[in-house]
Design a protein around this ligand. Structure first.
Ligand SMILES: [Zn+2]
Length: 360
């Protein structure tokens, strides 16, 4: 444990404060959960869980989550996913402080066809930066792992040049992380096995190209799979992260663990596997599938407990009004509490409980 941990103001953190947060995670050997949100309910639940754990947190939106945040009623999907992400960010900026923790705002996987989405969000952050001196988001992600590595890194370089100017960071992906979300999980057996594991030489290439420009983090493939899968299909090999760190350290004589890694597809991993990955420089672990289930689970029990309240406003037999049961706040609150508990579990598994660096 480092002698002195720098405290940050609670609320959304960007720029050098974000780097302080990342550095603190690595120095103290824990990671932050990155929770996907799609609404104010899920966003508030994520903040509540982190607050209960006295942990800082990363809140992120996929393009689909951002679209949902704006409303599926908006016919122009491209527009909706930009507006939804901005709306979620503004909501977080407004309420985060009141939860007393530090909050990182991030966008999740964006492949080649979603680069315009990310660039529109950078436009919004540039405009915000001009007025307030702070961007809207802390970081964005580009997932060009399906493109050839040279193309992947060239595009990341171009985007990071824009981000660095407004104190933002970039998350990149190297190698292929299997799974449902990426649409590549079904044929894992047929896939070239080496593609499931990022090569240290690729990580070195990324380091050489991007570190002179600005801050970036790497989602490396080490046998991790998106979504929940039967164990045993792919072998998790966190030592790939260790080898990548050592490779860069030896070539460029850097300090220990020069890279900031993120863990995608962690659902279903054992606590030992998570702890090992964290010890090799993982500061962020994505959690989506499990918090989705946690949010939805109480609905079943609630409807079972009040079946008539979802068919009639007033009991047809004895005239009892059901308003207090069908009021969306009643059952949505159960969903929020359940999701917040799952977030607390994630904080505990990542060693983040009690380690918020938010100060008064
Ligand atoms: Zn990924």
């Amino acid at each position: 444990m480092p002698e002195e941990v720098k405290k940050l103001k609670p609320g959304v953190v960007t720029g050098s404060d974000y780097l302080t947060l990342v550095k603190n995670c690595k120095a103290r050997g824990f990671a932050l959960p990155a929770i996907n949100v799609t609404s104010t309910n899920t966003l508030n639940a994520a903040l509540e869980g982190a607050m209960n754990s006295k942990s800082d947190i990363i809140i992120q939106l996929s393009n689909g989550g951002a679209q949902f945040f704006a409303g599926k009623g908006i016919k122009d999907v491209e527009k909706a996913r930009v507006l939804g992400a901005i709306s979620a960010a503004r909501h977080a900026h407004t309420v985060a402080k009141a939860y007393g923790i530090c909050v990182v705002l991030h966008t999740d996987h964006a492949d080649k066809k979603l680069i315009p989405w990310v660039e529109s969000l950078i436009d919004a952050s540039e405009a915000e930066y001009e007025v307030t001196g702070k961007p809207l988001f802390s970081s964005h992600m580009l997932d060009l792992s399906e493109e050839p590595i040279d193309e992947n890194l060239a595009e990341c370089e171009r985007v990071l040049k824009r981000l660095a100017k407004i104190d933002m960071s970039l998350e990149i992906e190297l190698g292929v992380t299997g799974g449902e979300e990426d649409g590549v999980g079904s044929d894992i057996d047929q896939m070239d096995n080496s593609k499931l594991y990022t090569q240290p030489s690729e990580v070195l290439q990324a380091y050489e190209k991007l570190s002179p420009i600005g801050h970036f983090s790497v989602a490396a493939a080490f046998g991790n799979v998106h979504g929940v899968y039967k164990p045993g299909n792919v072998q998790l090999r966190p030592e790939i992260l260790k080898a990548s760190q050592q490779h860069i350290q030896s070539v460029y004589d850097t300090t220990e663990r020069p890279l900031d890694f993120v863990f995608h597809g962690g659902s279903g991993s054992s606590p030992e596997e998570i702890a090992e990955a964290v010890s090799y420089g993982v500061f962020k672990m994505n959690v989506d599938t499990d918090t989705q289930f946690a949010f939805s689970k109480p609905v079943g029990a609630y409807v079972e407990a009040h079946p008539k309240a979802f068919k009639y406003q007033i009991d047809p037999e004895d005239g009892t009004p059901f308003k207090k049961h069908y009021d969306p706040r009643a059952w949505l609150r159960d969903c929020e509490k359940s999701m917040a508990e799952r977030v607390q579990q994630a904080c505990a598994e990542l060693g983040a409980t009690g380690k918020s660096i938010a100060g008064a």
